[in-house]
Write a protein that binds this ligand. Structure first.
Ligand code: NAG
Ligand code: NAG
Ligand code: NAG
Ligand code: NAG
Ligand code: NAG
Length: 404
């Protein structure tokens, strides 16, 4: 594998810290660009530059050569807002973007131009995913590996290797979930939520929502992964372990907590708020602490801010962001965005933190326009509500990624 020098340096800097020496909150540098997918029939990646003041500049769309899709609600009707019932419908690894095409059962790889982060180029063809309704994707530079969660009639996780010349190799299913789902699936419960790597990229986690009913509480799937041997195109994965952490039921968007040893996960749970999970050496997770958010509708997306050392969670049905502790998920602050420039947003979905800012996608409801809300995490003030409607982005939009 040929890693650019800066990638190796970045990986060295990411060496796990022990709990005795936690990383202090810091002013990380401002990001360069944000990305989301339109998840439309002509699925495209939306790229917008981040200016020096943290605000978003001009946007551009690049087709993924695949189709988006929309899940159904319990009444069997199309449910376009949070269409993929997931976090991370696209992700970044180094200078590459990986995006799911839920309507064509593929995943696309795009290269970001070094001169302009909104200039994207497809690398190879979209790779077929052995599953249906791919709705979440994780990628690891360290392992040259991309893993996709699927949530339809063939639900599970599939992984493949990638390289910057040929794109994504053959995807192979590494776990299968018996969700008894249809294509498209009926959500939002009883679906795959989020596939993501541990902070050291040596474990792949996937959250799966239960229904909240007896014997169906949802679970965390943990799979050890390792670097592909030189020239070996097969992703190296170990034995999968599943666990239902105590007091959780509908696990959703999550993030591995940087520097935590043993590994910890900050996880939302749509049924109450969020929890901090600790993963033991066998791969099983238990709940360290939980935070219940009063008046929440569906707390489903999480991002850890390096500038504050806290997590921010969003709710598709309530126009607020809740800041929570990485220690025990207790509530630090609630930021109401229902007034001012963001007043028309019904709620927010996928979000990412970069520098002193947070970028949260509000897909709108078809009447209100899609937008990205930019929050200053220090002052807790909205600095911009960037309209996406004029770019042709509708309420099927999903995902959020930030290039640093
Ligand atoms: C699909 O979207 C891309 C931009 O994302 C655009 O350039 C292209 O013209 C569109 N194709 C069709 C057939 O609409
Ligand atoms: C699976 O789903 C079908 C409807 O799609 C339903 O009729 C059947 O009872 C379900 N089976 C189980 C075991 O839940
Ligand atoms: C839950 O599972 C147990 C053990 O498999 C079974 O005995 C019980 O009937 C199940 N309960 C429900 C409500 O399905
Ligand atoms: C979960 O279980 C562990 C181990 O039994 C316990 O220490 C912890 O307090 C429990 N957490 C919650 C939120 O119940
Ligand atoms: C969409 O959201 C706007 C602003 O929050 C609200 O006024 C409108 O009633 C909503 N429309 C639908 C169809 O839910």
């Amino acid at each position: 594998m040929h890693f650019p020098t800066h990638t190796i340096l970045a990986l060295t800097a990411l060496a796990p810290l022990t709990e005795a020496h936690p990383r202090p909150p810091q002013d990380a540098k401002t990001g360069k660009a944000v990305y989301a997918i339109t998840n439309s029939d002509n699925n495209s990646v939306l790229a917008m530059t981040i200016q020096a003041d943290g605000k978003l500049g001009a946007g551009k769309l690049t087709a993924t050569m695949g189709k988006g899709a929309v899940s159904m609600n319990a009444m069997g009707m199309s449910a376009p807002t949070d269409a993929l019932v997931s976090q991370s419908a696209l992700t970044l690894a180094g200078k590459h973007i990986f995006a799911v095409n839920a309507g064509s059962n593929t995943v696309s790889m795009l290269a970001i131009s070094p001169d302009d982060p909104t200039q994207l180029r497809m690398v190879g063809n979209p790779a077929a995913v052995p599953g249906t309704f791919p709705n979440t994707v994780a990628a690891s530079v360290k392992n040259s590996m991309v893993c996709v969660g699927t949530s339809g009639s063939r639900a599970g996780v599939s992984c493949g290797t990638f390289d910057q010349r040929n794109g994504i190799g053959e995807m192979r299913q590494i776990s299968s979930f018996k969700l008894n789902q249809s294509d498209p699936p009926v959500g939002p419960t009883n679906t795959v939520s989020h596939t993501f790597f541990s902070a050291d990229e040596m474990m792949l986690f996937t959250t799966v929502k239960g229904t909240g009913m007896a014997n169906n509480t949802g679970f965390l799937s943990t799979v050890p992964v390792s670097m592909a041997a030189n020239g070996d195109c097969e992703p190296m994965v170990g034995k999968e372990v599943r666990s239902s952490p105590n007091s959780t039921a509908v696990l959703f968007g999550s993030q591995a907590i940087p520097g935590a040893n043993p590994p910890k996960i900050f996880a939302t749970d749509a049924s109450f708020g969020a929890a901090v999970l600790s993963v033991d050496s066998t791969g099983k997770a238990m709940t360290v602490g939980k935070g219940e958010i009063k008046g929440q509708m569906a707390t489903c997306w999480a991002a850890i801010s390096p500038a504050t050392g806290t997590a921010f969670v969003s709710d598709v049905g309530v126009n607020h962001l809740v800041e929570m502790s990485l220690k025990d998920a207790s509530i630090v602050d609630t930021i109401d965005l229902s007034k001012g420039a963001s007043a028309m947003n019904p709620g927010m979905i996928d979000l990412r933190a970069a520098g002193n800012f947070l970028y949260a996608l509000s897909p709108g409801n078809g009447t209100s326009q899609a937008a990205i809300s930019v929050l200053d995490v220090k002052s807790k003030k909205l600095v911009q509500n960037a309209d996406l409607g004029s770019l042709g982005v509708r309420n099927t939009a999903m995902g959020m990624a930030v290039l640093m």
